[in-house]
Design a protein around this ligand. Structure first.
Ligand code: ATP
Length: 295
């Protein structure tokens, strides 16, 4: 098998705080992987380890067959930087030319500007771009060297809905060219249709890895939805063994026993409007897998 990334029993701690706790995982070449997890789960730390910016305390990591950050792979790896990492007083075109110079066979500056959709902002200073435009430039800088493997950290942050769609379409095109994409996101809805595999990280461990449908099927649960004025905490108290969450008046419950949940809610006179049952969404799967006390 052609692995882009291979992790074996990888551990990492900041001072005395364990952030990555024994991760073993393989990621295939030419696929899109999404690392998801709650705040502080270890996503950024894992990516820093894969980029060679941090070294594991123990375990083995191989990226494109070499140690992370090795000279042999630098030309083949791209990474999306955080907005704060770039100075504000540099122009778009200057960044593009600078990043081109890091690689052996970069894309043309015209191609890069087109990819970023920033042709008209070519001479604009980074600090004068909108949040979405900055993200587009960072996306294009990650890809400017035509990498075989690219890391994208929250790539759609600050983008409007049209731009997000175009960006996901571009990510799928990258995969079609054979590029491996590893991304982090909190937007599970978007990633569900794009990612070949999802890794769910929890307190520094991979608690689940698989295709979105495998993860959902393994749980064999359905999602019960209804509208209710009943408080989320009260519904939780009635259903302690199910995952409950509420957005506005919409209640979502992940359950393997729909009749039991409905009957319990009826018994307690919870009025359920517009009741529906559907297969579990990735968001609910994620909440179901990561609920409960942290170790
Ligand atoms: N520089 C640091 N020094 C000490 N602890 C850190 C440092 N960076 C991260 N941590 C801790 O390591 C753990 C993992 O953090 P990490 O940033 O990898 O999580 P994350 O999943 O990327 O979170 P988020 O979704 O909030 O970005 C957290 O408990 C965090 O507090």
């Amino acid at each position: 098998m052609d692995w882009a990334v291979n992790l074996e029993q990888v551990r990492f701690s900041y001072a005395n705080k364990a952030a990555i706790r024994g991760i073993t995982s393989q990621l295939r070449s030419g696929c899109i992987y999404s690392i998801i997890g709650e705040n502080g789960a270890g996503k950024t730390t894992l990516i820093k380890l894969l980029l060679g910016r941090l070294s594991p305390a123990s375990g083995q990591i191989s990226v494109l067959g070499h140690e992370p950050g090795a000279t042999e792979v630098k030309n083949d790896v791209g990474a999306m930087l955080q907005v704060g990492a770039l100075p504000n007083n540099v122009r778009v075109i200057e960044f593009i030319k600078l990043f081109q110079s890091y690689y052996n066979a970069p894309m043309s500056w015209q191609g890069a500007l087109q990819l970023a959709e920033l042709e008209r902002q070519k001479l604009t200073f980074f600090g004068e771009l909108s949040g979405g435009e900055k993200q587009r430039l960072l996306f294009c800088l990650a890809l400017i060297g035509n990498p075989k493997l690219v890391f994208l950290d929250e790539p759609t942050l600050g983008m409007d809905v049209h731009m997000r769609r175009r960006l996901w379409a571009r990510i799928v095109q990258l995969k079609q060219k054979g590029t491996t994409v590893i991304l982090t996101t909190h937007n599970l809805h978007e990633v569900e249709s794009v990612a070949d595999e999802v890794l769910i990280l929890r307190a520094g461990e991979v608690v689940a890895q698989g295709t979105p449908s495998q993860l959902k099927e393994n749980l064999q649960r359905s999602e019960l939805r209804f509208l209710s004025d009943y408080e989320e905490e009260k519904i939780r108290a009635l259903l302690p063994s199910f995952t409950v969450h509420k957005e506005g008046n919409q209640v979502y419950i992940a359950t393997d026993d729909v009749p039991q949940v409905i009957s319990l809610l009826h018994q307690h006179n919870v009025v359920m409007k517009e009741l529906s049952v559907s297969p579990l969404s990735l968001t609910q799967t994620f909440m179901d897998i990561t609920r409960g006390e942290l170790p």
